[in-house]
Write a protein that binds this ligand. Sequence first.
Ligand SMILES: [Zn+2]
Length: 227
Amino acid sequence: MQVLIGGQYEPVTITRKKVKRITLRIGKQGEILITCPRWTMLYEIEKLIYTNEAWILDQKLRRRKEAEVNREGISGDTIWWLGQPRRVSYESASRDSVTIDGDEIRFFLKEKTDARIEAAFRKAANKKLLELAEEARAAWDTQICDPKGIEHPVIKTRYMTSRWGVCYTTKHVITLSTRLIHYPEECFEYVLLHEYAHFLVPNHSAAFYSVIRRYMTDYRERIRLLK
Ligand SMILES: [Zn+2]
């Protein structure tokens, strides 16, 4: 069976078995998977798929982004690190770690598994981003927070695929996405300023972008690089 989703025909894998209800899942490669009772009519399956079209497209996009990161960074022999491609090498070691050595990224791993590579890489990426944030933040602490008596935020990192950063204005926490490590440092700088600017303007109105423009005239260019 095929369905038209987001303007494209997509195959649907149907598994009929002893279950009570129809369920819809999206597989690792973005496939549409249906599990349903044996007697389910095709129109019921179609109806479930079409009422969840937006969710399906969102999930497919998410799967694609995850796959991209894996390709960009984690399983291939090249990793983009701050906008530059770096060669990857693997060595065995008693403890997992990653070092950036010129244009080479060296993984030291107890066992070479995807999970260990990913975990070690994310740890190194988060560490680097926090170092960059530590240098870059002084300007925004003094120019954005201090004039309004706003508490300096705690800056954290987290692996996020749906956004580059989040500002929890009431908790005074800025969270940056680990994935920023793949992009040029200019992009990281923009996202950091973007989140700080939310302390002054919570939404993305014209007033918000006029704050951004005041400190970073080329912000549009940086946003473009992130796309
Ligand atoms: Zn924002």
